[in-house]
Write a protein that binds this ligand. Structure first.
Ligand SMILES: Cc1cc2nc3c(=O)[nH]c(=O)nc-3n(C[C@H](O)[C@H](O)[C@H](O)COP(=O)(O)OP(=O)(O)OC[C@H]3O[C@@H](n4cnc5c(N)ncnc54)[C@H](O)[C@@H]3O)c2cc1C
Length: 437
């Protein structure tokens, strides 16, 4: 039987970060990963004919985030600014925007006055009841749904205020070669020091007693350790028995399960389209928009696939489509062809191109429907009202034996990010090391 000091379930950013720190401190670690690759919601396409170094999952570093940038610097991995123009297509016209939320100053003023946490939908109804604020309200709902992939009826106003006030100016970066390079660095550190990462290992049962853990995978293999870090997505922890990757604890962790059930986990569909040429940069589009879209980064619209972005500052013929929150959840069972058609129809409506012309120019596509991905079952976490007690419960080790880690356990403004996952992995490892010091 495989025996280690610490078992880590899940080789995403959180699990690998925890493993790396433990290995550095001399612990014997075993990582069990369900997929045939590491990285989880980080998935850079490296070896394909199309979409070279393009991301199916996490793509941006949303600000000067200390843990992410610290790790990249330690690894000697370069990153570069991803600044680009932001555009909106609204009422049939292309307009440049600095912010995607209307009347930002007024919104911040009202948010500052909130004393008790309520859902963002309740906040909007209470503070902006008149019709004249419809644009403001719709832009907030669209942002909460699109960026945070959250349900506005459940999302915490305090958490969104914290996120928006913590916004780090316009700083935004991409990792050179993609986030996958960072994952490879962590992977090599772990395996290079004689520790194992077992791929294709779907954990199903965790039997534990103080100081002793036995983990059983779908194929019946058993792994033993003294401590365990559960670095799984919230979607998997919430999942019922019928899901392929759901896990059970023996004895059950009733309080923790309840907390997990009450936390918010969103939905996302990310679409990659590679065309023969960047038609959004041609003369026809320039005439339509009244200005060149050559430096366009983001483009927001009211179409069924509402958000689009380019690879600017790198120029390529790739467009990324993004549908988040409840609208993505409602389409979770749509076929790839349906999602592709809807994406092309949205572009056809925005750029006034015949859909057949767009189909003819399309060289390759990828549809990443993370909500039905069996090892994620959603996008990333968002804070529901009064979530902080739930998080602190899950951040408390169970009998110094069972530890949780993952982006959903992060305390800070960069929620739902790679930073959140790395921070949480580091935090779980430090808790183990502090006790054993
Ligand atoms: C489409 C998309 C775009 C995103 N864009 C950004 C972005 O631009 N910037 C940013 O900072 N963040 C972004 N994020 C969020 C970011 O990707 C995540 O917050 C982060 O990668 C989560 O890391 P994690 O380790 O917590 O979870 P994961 O990466 O999900 O890792 C969990 C691991 O557990 C494995 N697993 C699941 N079930 C089992 C099982 N039963 N047994 C064993 N292993 C199992 C999974 O396969 C996975 O590898 C994005 C996420 C998505 C989905």
């Amino acid at each position: 039987m495989n025996k280690s000091d610490v078992l880590i379930i899940g080789a995403g950013a959180a699990g690998l970060m925890a493993a790396n720190l433990l290995v550095k401190a001399g612990k014997k670690v075993t990582v069990l990963e369900a997929r045939d690759r590491c990285g989880g919601r980080i998935h850079t396409l490296h070896n394909e004919l199309f979409f070279k170094n393009v991301e199916l999952g996490a793509e941006f570093i949303h600000g000067d985030l200390p843990v992410t940038l610290g790790l990249l610097n330690e690894a000697g991995i370069a990153y570069y600014p991803a600044d680009a123009e932001m555009w909106q297509y609204k009422n049939g016209a292309f307009v440049t925007e600095r912010r995607f939320i209307e009347e930002w100053g007024l919104l911040m003023e009202k948010l500052d006055e909130v004393e008790h946490d309520i859902s963002i939908e309740e906040f909007l109804d209470k503070e902006f009841p008149e019709d004249k604020y419809n644009d403001l309200k719709n832009s907030v709902r669209r942002f909460v749904s699109g960026y945070d992939t959250a349900d506005p009826e459940k999302a915490s106003t305090f958490a969104l205020r914290n996120e928006w006030q913590g916004e780090d100016g316009d700083a935004q970066y991409r990792v050179k070669g993609g986030y996958g390079v960072m994952i490879k660095y962590l992977e090599d550190k772990i395996t290079g020091s004689g520790n194992e990462i077992y791929l294709n290992s779907i954990v199903k049962e965790i039997k534990w007693l103080p100081g002793r853990v036995d983990v059983v995978t779908l194929d019946g293999s058993v792994y033993e350790s003294s401590q365990i870090i559960i670095a799984l997505p919230l979607g998997i922890l919430k999942a019922g028995d019928i899901e392929k990757a759901s896990i059970s604890f023996n004895p059950p962790l009733a309080e923790q399960n309840k907390a997990i059930a009450d936390m918010g986990f969103g939905s996302i569909i990310k679409v990659l389209l590679e065309f023969e040429e960047a038609f959004w940069m041609d003369a026809k589009t320039e005439t339509l928009a009244g200005k060149s879209l050559g430096n366009m980064g983001f483009l927001l619209s009211d179409e069924n696939m509402p958000t689009w972005w380019t690879q600017v500052p790198q120029h390529s013929a790739i467009l990324t489509g993004w549908l988040g929150g409840l609208p993505a959840y409602k389409k979770k069972d749509a076929t790839e062809q349906e999602i592709l058609n809807e994406s092309l129809q949205s572009l056809s409506n925005i750029f006034k191109r015949d859909i057949e012309e767009l189909k003819g120019k399309l060289r390759a596509f990828y549809i990443a429907n993370w909500t039905v991905d069996p090892f994620t079952l959603g996008s990333y976490a968002y804070d529901t009202v009064a979530v902080s007690q739930l998080r602190s419960l899950l951040n408390t080790p169970v009998s110094d034996t069972v530890f949780f880690a993952g982006e959903y356990l992060y305390e800070g403004a960069a929620m739902g990010t790679v930073e959140a996952a790395l921070w949480s992995g580091e935090d779980a490892a430090k808790k183990i090391l502090d006790k054993s010091a």
